[in-house]
Design a protein around this ligand. Structure first.
Ligand code: SF4
Length: 365
């Protein structure tokens, strides 16, 4: 049986951040414990065979009790054959990290921490409703790095109040802390979030495209100078530290997602559990879900979209025969002339093209 990745969703947070539309709700200890038990039921029902990597995301999994983390990973090992070299990631909020927490995740089997730092600027962090401040974020990264040899942080650019120089400070701080991996995302105003309402009510000014481009350019320049590889639009890693679980999403690796709202993909079918904690807990091991079968056309479109996000690019030999004709090759010279893509048997976005990736991919369809 082909190896696959496992995603586990823990949909509880201490409080809600102003920009976030992930499926999560404010923590209730009682619900969280019942939820973790149900997760274990689902793992035993749905996960079997070889598992390559595990990712525990949320929400805020660093709010889980030590015993729950331990039991969850023991259940994964009982249900599957976990690869000896598996990358086993836990997402964490900087405020939850101390030496005791690091000990407990290591003994549960985690070997990678992905921390939602977002910014090292107190004013910006407070505005978007994060629990931590710059000092606690730095302390958390240093504490994790003392014993975990693969630490990733998330940054956001284009946040309200954030200047280009603020963001330069964030990137330099990340480099100085020596993290192995950095994910940096442009802020998006997701409908229904607190930031979206503020923007709709003209209570804040959105960062201009030009300013976001300057932030993104400095991100690419500073991280390249510091030896990080820019291997996907939003992801940078020291050599040997590309995120293996996330890379699976871009190279078509199959995955099983367990937990409320978690998605799964087996190469042909995609399914997603309902985004409803109560309904999830009420159906142990058999969560209600929806799904779809991907047509060849949908799989081709996904191939184009995901591969072009990566530095490896889209190898034209990988495009199935019926779709070669659909790839609008007449557009390629035009995009090349605009210095937006390069092509040598493999299509790749250029530095300039990366920032316009959505338009370019739409153009190529
Ligand atoms: S950004 Fe993270 S911590 Fe904040 S609400 Fe979303 S999932 Fe929770």
């Amino acid at each position: 049986m082909a190896s696959k990745n496992l995603y586990i969703h823990f949909p509880f947070c201490r409080s809600r951040c102003a920009y976030c539309d992930f499926y999560s709700t404010v923590l209730s200890a009682d619900w969280a414990q019942r939820y973790v038990k149900t997760l274990q039921e689902e793992i035993l029902q749905r996960v079997s065979g070889a598992v390559q990597n595990v990712y525990l995301g949320g929400g805020t999994p660093s709010l889980m009790r030590d015993t729950d983390l331990y039991d969850l990973m023991a259940t994964v090992r009982r249900a599957s054959v976990l690869a000896d070299d598996a990358e086993i990631t836990i997402e964490a909020n900087p405020d939850d990290i101390d030496e005791a927490w690091v000990s407990s995740i290591l003994s549960a089997g985690f070997n990678r921490v992905s921390m939602g730092v977002q910014s090292f600027n107190d004013e910006v962090l407070q505005f978007v409703g994060r629990r931590h401040n710059a000092m606690s974020a730095e302390r958390a990264v240093r504490t994790a790095k003392e014993r975990v040899n693969n630490v990733s942080i998330d940054l956001i650019y284009g946040l309200p109040l954030q200047t280009v120089e603020d963001f330069r400070g964030d990137v330099l701080e990340a480099i100085e802390l020596g993290v192995e991996h950095i994910s940096a995302y442009a802020l998006t105003y997701e409908e229904g979030t607190r930031l979206w309402h503020l923007r709709e009510g003209k209570a804040l000014t959105e960062t201009s495209d030009d300013t976001e481009w300057r932030m993104y350019e400095l991100l690419m320049d500073q991280l390249a100078q510091a030896g990080y590889e820019h291997y996907e639009i939003s992801n940078f890693a020291r050599p040997g530290y590309q995120a293996r679980h996330n890379s699976g999403y871009w190279d078509g690796t199959h995955y099983i997602g367990v937990g409320a709202a978690a998605h799964s993909y087996d190469g042909v079918n995609r399914r997603w559990n309902v985004a409803d904690i109560r309904a999830y807990i009420d159906s142990p091991g058999q969560p209600p879900f929806e799904g779809e079968q991907l047509s060849e056309q949908m799989r081709y479109e996904e191939l184009l979209m995901t591969r072009l996000r990566t530095r490896k690019g889209l190898c034209l030999a990988d495009v199935p025969e019926p779709f070669i004709a659909q790839l609008d090759k007449q557009k390629i010279p035009h995009l090349m002339a605009g210095n937006l893509i390069e092509e040598d048997g493999v299509l790749r976005l250029t530095r300039k093209g990366i920032f316009r990736s959505d338009d370019i991919i739409a153009d190529l369809f």
